[in-house]
Design a protein around this ligand. Structure first.
Ligand code: ZN
Length: 402
């Protein structure tokens, strides 16, 4: 599926409307263009979850900021390009019973042109019920390059895909402390490069409980020492050690289809191309994690899978946005609405060109919303770094920086 899941909210089954509140836009703050100002802001509760809808006169960019403290919003939702005149979002990640304050901000030509006055909503249902979370941790900001992702399925299966390196491992610890995470079902190292598995052997596997650790079924001969290192770390912590193969399924949760699109070496090429590339599908929302897979791995996948089978809503861009990954063909086939790039702030400016201009251009030309770990994101009226969290109920998804 790749109809715009954020732009056209569908109500599952027969909607039970618990409350219907119309809020006046009468007290709008001054804006530079009244044409863009959100109006007819409406909050509808479907099965206790708030749905916020609004209108603007022109297609534009828009986002919703919300939080428990007035004017100090610690969440913002998917900041989407090409919004239609009538827009709505379903709020997935808010605690029931609390009052949330929110504003809708509208952009045009990268400028804020209108902000609604502050409104409130109160979710009534449990926030994590039947929801899948994928967080791309912001481990790399200003420290070192790396990838680290946390996934929790609707039935509570928890996995860590890639660990960052020894330099970034403290960021993972902080994330776990904030979330009170101690136990995980699975760990996957997408490939045997230090910025993807180094954190596992630099403390993560010692410090937290994991049932099993997986790596691709083969690696390039240059990295046999890394294989020995990670195998030994798993053994010493009594963690089951397994290999994953291409064109197989991972059975983590009956509600989520997980397909290994690629795994293992291509000829005697680059270790990056042995990266496990994994597609997660929950309901109508699909996302693909790519490790550092480059163009040759993408080509192998496209030989095996039709574009419909690799179509996704959210794509983790391969190899930190380097020029040797994310071909036009791969992007045409995957056709995401949002792209996540795990990249180090320094690498963007020290001549390494990460992410590459060519990849950013391709993404931009396709109207794909880009989330980068080296960028500041809006938080109310200010900006900050944060983890990029994707949350979905299988019908729509929300992207939250927190
Ligand atoms: Zn890497």
């Amino acid at each position: 599926m790749n109809s715009s899941h954020f732009k056209h909210i569908r109500f599952a089954g027969v909607p039970i409307i618990l409350a219907l509140i119309f809020l006046s836009c009468g007290q709008k703050e001054p804006t530079s263009s009244q044409d863009y100002a959100p109006r007819n802001i409406e909050i509808r509760y479907n099965l206790g979850r708030p749905h916020i809808s609004w209108n603007t006169d022109e297609p534009t960019y828009g986002s919703v900021f919300y939080g428990k403290i007035p004017e100090d919003y610690d969440h913002f939702t998917y900041e989407s390009s090409g919004l239609k005149e009538n827009h709505s979002i379903k709020v997935l990640d808010a605690d029931s019973g609390f009052t949330y304050f929110f504003r809708i901000r509208v952009h045009a030509d990268d400028e804020i042109v209108a902000i609604s006055s502050e409104k409130t909503f109160i979710p009534q249902s449990a926030p994590h019920e039947e929801v899948l979370e994928w967080t791309m941790l912001n481990i790399s900001e200003g420290i070192a390059i790396g990838d680290c992702h946390f996934i929790e399925t609707p039935n509570g299966y928890r996995a860590v895909i890639d660990s960052g390196s020894d330099d970034t491992v403290r960021k993972f610890y902080d994330f776990c402390t904030d979330r009170n995470l101690q136990q995980f079902n699975a760990a996957i190292a997408t490939h045997l490069h230090w910025d993807h598995y180094g954190g596992f052997i630099s403390g993560i596997l010692d410090r937290y409980s994991f049932d099993s650790l997986f790596i691709p079924h083969s690696h390039t001969s240059d990295y046999s020492w890394a294989y020995s290192e990670i195998l030994s770390e798993a053994n010493s912590n009594d963690i089951g050690f397994g290999k994953i193969y291409p064109n197989t399924e991972l059975e983590w949760d009956p509600l989520v289809n997980i397909t290994v699109l690629h795994s293992g070496t291509i000829g005697d090429g680059d270790e990056n191309n042995s990266s496990a590339v994994i597609k997660f599908s929950y309901g109508e929302i699909d996302f693909i994690l790519t490790g550092d897979a480059e163009n040759p791995a993408e080509s192998v996948i496209l030989e095996h899978y039709s574009p419909a089978l690799v179509d996704c809503e959210i794509l983790k861009v391969g190899h930190h946005g380097r020029h040797d990954a994310t071909s036009a063909e791969w992007l045409n086939a995957t056709n995401p609405e949002a792209a996540l790039i795990s990249v180090d702030q320094k690498s963007s400016y020290d001549g390494n060109s990460l992410p590459s201009e060519s990849v950013i251009r391709l993404l931009t030309e396709q109207g794909i919303d880009i989330y980068r770990s080296d960028k500041n994101y809006p938080n109310g009226e200010s900006y900050r770094y944060g983890h990029v969290k994707v949350i979905t109920d299988g019908e729509v998804f929300e992207i939250i920086i927190n």
